[in-house]
Design a protein around this ligand. Structure first.
Ligand SMILES: [Zn+2]
Length: 165
């Protein structure tokens, strides 16, 4: 893994952004905590697994349909899995913050709706299986040895809460 300090990536408001082990950071690298480093390391493993799945699907399709065009599945499949995990969390309870904001009837409807809408996206990000796996194990260096292949898929199935309990 390589950490790259820069002024633009990720967008303001986000801490770190990991692309296949290249981790972009807006803050100085010395200030990145050990926890965050483990968190990003689990994301790196997840991405390599997604890429391997994309590769297997792509090569299988290339063979079946005898066309290299199906190599496009290599980047598309990982992205589709990521989007699907996000959508699943968006659609399936529990909803955490969004639910609480929605239930707060003391706030006028339009404000309540706007807050709910923003929180809903953030909840779906925080609750998706990739983030849950990374957050649940960011303080556990042994997770490398305890982890099952495609650990994120197990997290998608078990409805543990965001703290991993
Ligand atoms: Zn993360």
């Amino acid at each position: 893994m390589r950490f790259i300090e820069n002024k633009w990536i990720p967008f303001n408001g986000f801490g770190l952004m990991n692309i296949l082990g290249l981790v972009f950071s807006r803050k100085p690298i010395e200030k990145i905590s050990k926890r965050s480093k483990f968190h990003e390391f689990w994301h790196t493993l997840q991405q390599l697994e997604l890429l391997a799945i994309g590769g297997i699907v792509a090569l299988t399709l290339c063979n079946i349909y005898a066309s290299w065009w199906y190599l496009l599945a290599l980047p598309i499949v990982p992205f589709a899995i990521y989007v699907a995990s996000w959508l699943a969390e968006w659609l399936i309870p529990p909803y955490h913050n969004a639910q609480l904001l929605w239930n707060d009837k003391s706030v006028p409807f339009r404000t309540r709706f706007a807050r709910w809408f923003t929180a809903m996206w953030h909840d779906a990000y925080r609750d998706n299986c990739f983030e849950r796996e990374a957050f649940a194990n960011e303080s556990n260096p042994n997770y490398l040895f305890e982890r099952r292949w495609c650990g994120w898929a197990w997290y998608a199935l078990k409805k543990v809460d965001r703290n991993g309990k």
